[in-house]
Design a binder for this molecule. Structure first.
Ligand code: EPU
Length: 422
């Protein structure tokens, strides 16, 4: 099992190229199942979650050509299977996103119910309610969810009112609605940039879809699919992670491909912490002026501070002057990194959904264990400022969502090595 070894105390300076967004790539790959026309995708990130989704699509019968000149071509003409088993869903929760396109196109799909994971229980009720609102019947037995469209004609357009602006349920609702008869209105939907990217790709594929990025999306169904080409948008969470890394080490890093409009809530909080983020010709530059200051932060759906940057921000606050209160409102259990940061010497009290970080803790390198993607990354960041060497074990978590993490950090001056084996 791979691990990363990091020697702390080296300032980051230079430039980092952001990859395509994992959380747009995964639903877009699932959306390829909707259409029998070719879908050409560029800027797919080289991360293992994308590899896993491509494997799943191949199992369904999707033919995948490439990559050629950075592009993959997906042909979903010969679908042979509409069932996603526990073995697949267990490995990657995002495989649940294939449910809606399969039901929309073939009128029926079976998928294992995903379990909880290290960040929360993560139910799928909102996805299923969205499908039911379009007339699907949903049956669950023995941990398997069976969804059937009302008749051969498929789903029927309707009104989907999401109780929470769930990112995944919004993807499900949009994809299902593209093949339904008539118009669908999705209310209280997620507004994340990844939703806009998925909607843009669906529109290129022929869908008539309006309002993505607002609270209300309208879809005119019965899409006439057409061949399409789409470039995945840059990963705002990866961009934010490197902005935080620059701030932490006191260096200046240009994050190529980063976009201010995707990181509004983050830049405001960083600004209050004494870190300026400004646009450059190619992306964003983070620069710190003087010591870091503690800031209180609450995660929330876009445009609030993203839960996917909460762990990395916590590492930043361990080095700030004063006490920072961090409140997690999206997932109920996303503080698994706290004990590992404490092992490095961080002074953090955690109760329920709130963590209080007392800053200016000198961190000491140690061997730490990661539990999920973002938690692992916050430990790598801590390693950049800890005394001596830090070993982050179970790097496979990072590889799920960060492309070439050690290469990107090393090119900015970090001392970081990947070790393979025992
Ligand atoms: N929720 C429900 N019922 C549902 C769906 C969600 O109660 O049917 C709850 C969840 O349990 C959670 C909250 O709603 O408490 C938000 O979940 P959401 O559905 O918005 O998240 P998701 O679609 O499962 C995506 C990203 C996550 C990211 C969240 C929030 C993908 C593949 N995953 O998950 O990314 O944290 O949105 O922005 O897009 C990551 O990249 O590290 C990651 C976990």
């Amino acid at each position: 099992m791979d691990r990363l070894q990091i020697e702390g105390g080296h300032r980051l300076d230079g430039s980092v190229q952001v990859a395509g967004a994992k959380n747009a790539a995964l639903p877009i790959l699932a959306a390829s199942l909707l259409s029998d026309r070719d879908l050409v995708l560029g800027n797919l990130p080289a991360v293992t979650d994308v590899t896993a989704m491509l494997e799943l699509l191949r199992e369904f019968g999707v033919r995948i050509d490439g990559p050629r000149q950075g592009r993959l071509v997906l042909h979903a003409t010969g679908i042979v299977n509409t069932e996603a088993t526990w073995d697949i869903v267990r490995r990657m929760r995002a495989s649940f996103l294939v449910l809606a396109p399969l039901v929309a196109r073939f009128g029926h799909a079976r998928i294992s119910r995903p379990g909880g994971c290290s960040i929360g229980t993560r139910p799928v009720d909102l996805h299923l309610e969205a499908l039911a609102a379009l007339g699907a019947s949903v049956e669950t037995a023995g941990g398997v969810i069976d969804v059937t469209a009302p008749r051969a004609g498929g789903l029927q357009g309707g009104r989907i009112n999401l109780a929470f602006p769930s990112v995944g349920a919004t993807h499900t609702a949009m994809m299902a609605a593209t093949a339904a008869r008539g118009e669908t209105e999705i209310v209280n939907c997620a507004r994340e940039p990844e939703i806009v990217d998925v909607a843009t790709c669906l529109a290129r594929m022929g869908a008539r879809i309006e309002g993505a990025g607002t609270h209300r999306i309208r879809v005119e169904g019965l899409t006439l699919w057409q061949p399409a080409e789409h470039m995945i948008l840059p990963d705002r969470i990866e961009a934010g992670t490197y902005l935080i890394a620059a701030a932490l080490t006191g260096g200046q890093v240009e994050v190529t491909g980063g976009r201010l409009e995707h990181l509004g809530g983050v830049c405001e909080v960083l600004d209050a912490a004494g870190v300026t983020v400004f646009p450059s010709d190619r992306g964003l530059i983070a620069e710190r002026h003087g010591p870091l200051r503690s800031v209180d932060m609450t995660t929330g759906p876009f445009p609030a501070f993203p839960t996917d940057l909460q762990a990395q921000f916590m590492t930043l606050m361990t080095q700030a002057e004063g006490v920072s209160t961090i409140r997690e409102t999206v997932f109920e259990n996303r503080f698994m990194h706290v004990p590992e940061l404490q092992r490095l010497g961080a002074n953090i009290e955690h109760r329920g959904s709130v963590a209080r970080v007392r800053g200016r803790s000198p961190l000491d390198g140690a061997s730490v264990m990661a539990t999920d993607l973002r938690a692992s990354m916050c430990l790598v960041l801590a390693g950049l400022v800890a005394r001596g060497w830090t070993t982050v074990n179970r790097v496979y978590h990072i590889d799920r969502g960060y492309e070439d993490v050690e290469g990107k950090l090393r090119r900015c001056g970090a001392r970081i090595e990947r070790r393979t084996g025992a």
